[in-house]
Design a protein around this ligand. Sequence first.
Ligand code: AMP
Ligand code: MG
Length: 682
Amino acid sequence: MATLKAAILVVSTTAANDPSTDAAEAALRAVFDQDGGGRWHVVETKIVGDVTTDIQRQILLWTDGPDPVNLVITTGGTGFSVADHTPEAVSVLLHKQAPGLVHAMLASSLAVTPFAMMSRPVAGVRNRTVIITLPGSPKGARENLQAVIKTLPHACQQAAGGDSRALHVGGVKALEKDAGISSTTQQPQQHNHHHHHTCSHGHTHGHGHAAPVRHTQDHHHQQQPLSNDPSLGPTRRQRKSPYPMLSVSDAIALIKQHTPSPNITAAKVTPSLTGSVIAEDVHAPEPVPAFRASIVDGYAVVVPPGGDMRGVVYPVVTVSHAAPEGGGGNGGGPLQLGQVARITTGAPVPEGATAVIMVEDTKLVSSTTTEDGREEEKEVEIFAEGVKEGENIREVGSDVEKGALILRKGEQVSAVGGEVGLLASVGVKEVKVFRRPVVGVLSTGDEIVEHDREGELRMGEVRDTNRPGLIAAAREWGYEVVDLGIAKDQAGSLEEVLRDALRRVDLVITTGGVSMGELDLLKPTIERALGGTIHFGRVAMKPGKPTTFATVPVKNNAGERVTRVIFSLPGNPASALVTFHLFVLPSLRQMSGISPTELPRVPVVLSHDFPLDKVRPEYHRAVVSVGRDGVLFATSTGGQRSSKVGSMKGANALLCMPAGAEPLPKASRVEALLIGNLHSDL
Ligand code: AMP
Ligand code: MG
């Protein structure tokens, strides 16, 4: 059979200005390739703006020239918006209308969504060419074309002047067989979603959800969004979450797997290095001490053989203070056996001296008056016996040897001060560290108002509890936070806020909008608008069941492809704070190079009976204290309803409670995740 020539016209002002924004052409070419039975050759694609005359001129070039194509497909401009003119532009060109093709496309779309009513396709024949208008969304266009492509070869052959009688030999059955379709054996069609198909041509299309016809397996996009298609409205939303319920440990494993590795950056050694993780092995460029220093206040001496210095009176020949000027030998020449030099703690030991005798082991014997009238020591008596060489002297490099490894890659700079102090002592001025991720925090919900909004709440309003709480927690753990405000429950504004945030921050925390309501837009926005991957959307735990973890590929400001992380936490405030500590912190710690990524878990003893959830393991908020016997014991913070943020007040631990029908009795042992400092009950 001869191949048929098809041409594709993309009608989109946006795509006309920037062809890289067009995704419909590729989607349609794929349908010809995969579902076209090898009959089609796409000879040309053109892009025009939403301008009637431009649309018509291009179609006429294809239909009225010396070598007309068999099929013209347009995509775009079929909706209700002011810019949509394609059906009007095309219909005046048609010599024959083909309402059957229109009907087939609409029927399959209507099986998916009543919004298909807003698609306005036209189809028909001009001269010897079949013309069909498809919607502009790649998904809609592709599904419409799939709905009719099997019958198009026959239609095109007829339009091109094929012998109608020859074409119809064998009747409809033969035609169906030839087309690879059957009116009796056709299976119910599989619904087919594609995650990147929400990009339109920049104008509103009233369609976009067309035939759920699926003739072939799609090998390009194995990952299909599980999320609701928000445009389907409340009656068609999924009534059960399509996301598999993961165990907490599986969820944590996925977070580990998909959180990007830390980046390395240089940091000045200052007190604010606290919390950073060192990204290189650091060696001491200088020894400490840098000179031989006295450990005590006293007298530098030359130890006589045997070390017995008892009862001898020594002349005090020099003085060594810790101040650099005048330290060492302001008496000329090395110290001799039988002489002593007065010395203060930390001062350089005079050349020739082999030990320092504490002032407590001496007695002043005589003094003189100096030229400037000060009383000065002249002679001291020493009581020490068994004096060893090197006594009370810190040799050069005896604290830190020059070149010694002082900090290892992966060590975290603590607030205790030891790491900063060590770096400072050897003169390290800059170190490589893992860049600490920047966190964005966003609240979502039409009912959420700023927490400090003046005046009484109106019916239904809720003060934003999550954003202040999460920002406080993230800051306390050392992360820079960008406040992303409150987003409305509207797909468009949510997408915009998130897109902007993903350029600016490494990890976005959202709260709300992950339950099963029709306004729960986080999952669909991440999957369908941002092209992200949801790694999990449900976890078997209480509170926090709808916790969602996703990654989104984006280009950073330097134009590199990077992975951003989104945690969409439940809206209920206690759930949000619990899941922050359980899931978000490990991801942040991994991005910061901290190991282990999870907060510590310790065994604790219950100080009273604890109720359990029958089905889900519960993260019970509790206060853990050290008892007199050194055992840690846990007391509940009270009511654990997920809306009750007060259950996190004062909590320093999340008790990992199993599911169970009966309460867990007092004195039972459970594991506690430590989220704050331990208390002491002594
Ligand atoms: P959602 O998942 O959006 O349905 O939210 C679940 C519950 O959490 C609802 O009662 C919301 O009003 C509440 N909620 C959501 N976000 C916040 C917030 N930022 N502060 C306080 N409550 C919230
Ligand atoms: Mg909400």
